[in-house]
Write a protein that binds this ligand. Structure first.
Ligand SMILES: O=C(O)COP(=O)(O)O
Length: 233
């Protein structure tokens, strides 16, 4: 019996540098509602809680943000992003080789993102990442978003694994908090979009480079399962 770990990844700012396309979609939508564009750093600081929050924060940064205007701007954002989500978005250096290494080890992989499911799937397909994941779980209107643990728990359920046998890899305090609430070990990629202080305790691992051998060791170590639970084969 081969014991395998299960690794679940965040998407934006973790596997992919997507901020330039998110900035373009944000500025396109802002322009259509008569607002000025935002610089990249400002848009990066708004990423992590889903596109609704990104749009709302962009409106607040450029004026008022009444609910009807948020909805209108979100529609413009999504319409643009549907066909411009991979103009500039690319995996971070070393990501594809890392995923390939885990795949060779037979490790189960999933994706859990606050990005809506459709663009998350489109981006993964366009960047040849989709084949690595048994589950791609994006934001859905009827499910709470991270940092609520529900999406990560749903991802574990869909993968058929216990949270205690999984690891979540992300780039933000939102991801860290989500993992802590779901009872999942957490690895922090420090070169992503971390823009708010991390909650305590510290992540189980911090890394800045996908080639870091400590990361591969962290993701391939023997999982620790809750007593009485059968490990995934
Ligand atoms: O859409 C967002 O705000 C961020 O998505 P993420 O969960 O992949 O970081």
């Amino acid at each position: 019996m081969t014991r395998t770990n299960t690794i679940i990844f965040d998407l934006d700012g973790t596997l992919i540098h997507s901020a330039p396309d998110l900035q373009a979609a944000t500025n396109h939508a802002l322009g259509l509602v008569g607002r000025p564009p935002l610089d990249l750093g400002t848009v990066v600081s708004f990423i992590g809680n889903g596109v609704e929050k990104l749009v709302a924060r962009a409106l607040v940064a450029t004026g008022s943000a009444p609910p009807e205007l948020q909805q209108e701007t979100l529609v413009h954002f999504l319409a643009y992003y549907e066909t411009h989500s991979v103009d500039l978005t690319r995996p971070y250096p070393g990501v594809v080789a890392f995923l390939e290494g885990l795949k060779q080890r037979g490790i189960i992989m999933g994706l859990c993102t606050n990005k809506p499911t459709a663009p998350a799937r489109d981006i993964c397909a366009a960047l040849d990442l989709a084949g690595y994941f048994d589950v791609i779980l994006g934001a859905e209107p009827d499910r709470a978003k991270k940092p609520d643990p529900a999406p990560l728990q749903a991802c574990c359920d869909m993968l058929g694994v216990e949270a205690s046998g999984a690891v979540y890899i992300g780039d933000s305090a939102v991801d860290h908090l989500t993992a802590a609430r779901a009872g999942i070990k957490f690895g922090l990629f420090t070169e992503g979009y971390l823009n708010t202080p991390l909650p305590v305790p510290d992540p189980d691992l911090k890394f800045s480079d996908w080639d870091d051998p400590r990361l591969f060791a962290f993701c391939t170590q023997e999982p620790t399962h809750k007593p009485g639970h059968s490990p995934v084969n």
